[in-house]
Ligand binder design. Structure first.
Ligand SMILES: Cc1ncc(COP(=O)(O)OP(=O)(O)O)c(N)n1
Ligand SMILES: Cc1nc(C(=O)O)sc1CCOP(=O)(O)O
Ligand SMILES: [Mg+2]
Length: 219
């Protein structure tokens, strides 16, 4: 049976992370290089500005059949008819999202504590963000830095699809996949790369290597 979460390379994008380049062009190049899921994460925009960007990005992604995920903001997710939303512990709870937005297809939830694996928010989510795998300057308000051991521990405790985030680079994704992650999420490895398409290609190649050599059963 095909996995309900078949994605392998997940770009988390914002205008700021693209460092003066057009974020829509960066997103399209990344998709051409092998990104198969994109989250729009605008932490400082008004809802109106966030929605405008979401609609623009959705139009770019449509011909490629790449789903759009919205960070945090349920109103933007619903009004843009995005594929889904990603939330953490300080955001609207996944159970509430299920009630308020029945057509949500992809619900992501950040794991910051092992205990979360056994709560109803985790059960109702479609994938779990391992938040973060390694420390990163892109987001510093984090709780647990999981490392490879943490991925193995989480993998052994849940069948949910696991998305690794935090300092993911071509040099470490193979090991992260071997440890049990199903998908790699990046900001700077693509948004700050000189050539986002080549950067995505290289990450994708490393992911495939990891999938081939891992012994943990893949999703
Ligand atoms: C794929 C993915 N994983 C984790 C996060 C972090 O979400 P959250 O903990 O809600 O923090 P913010 O991104 O909202 O600052 C994510 N966005 N995406
Ligand atoms: C958006 C986000 N969430 C994280 C978490 O730990 O939950 S780390 C992160 C930023 C990841 O950026 P980079 O790929 O540049 O390290
Ligand atoms: Mg959040």
């Amino acid at each position: 049976m095909a996995s309900a979460f078949p994605y392998r390379l997940y770009l988390v994008i914002s205008e700021e992370a693209c460092q003066g380049r057009n974020f829509l062009e960066v997103a399209e190049a990344a998709v051409q290089g092998g990104v198969d899921l994109i989250q729009l994460r605008e932490k400082n925009d008004t809802t109106e500005a966030f929605l405008k960007k979401a609609l623009q990005l959705k139009e770019v992604l449509q011909p490629y059949n790449v789903p759009l995920i919205i960070n945090d903001n349920l109103e933007v997710a619903q009004k843009s008819a995005a594929a889904g939303i990603h939330v953490g512990n300080s955001d609207i709870a996944p159970t509430k999202i299920r009630t308020a937005w029945e057509s949500c297809r992809i619900l992501g939830y950040s794991i910051e504590y092992l205990e979360q694996l056994y709560n109803e928010q985790t059960y109702t989510s479609d994938y779990l963000g391992i938040s973060p795998v390694f420390d990163t300057a892109t987001k510093t308000d984090t709780i647990t830095t999981w490392g490879l051991d943490g991925i193995e521990k989480i993998r052994a405790s849940t069948q949910k699809s696991l998305v690794a985030i935090g300092h993911m680079k071509a040099s470490n994704v193979k090991k992260v996949i071997e440890a049990g992650a199903d998908c790699i999420a990046v900001v700077s490895a693509i948004c700050a790369a000189k050539n986002p398409k080549s950067a995505a290609k290289e990450l994708r190649l490393e992911i495939e290597k990891g999938l081939k050599s891992r012994t943990v059963k893949p999703n």
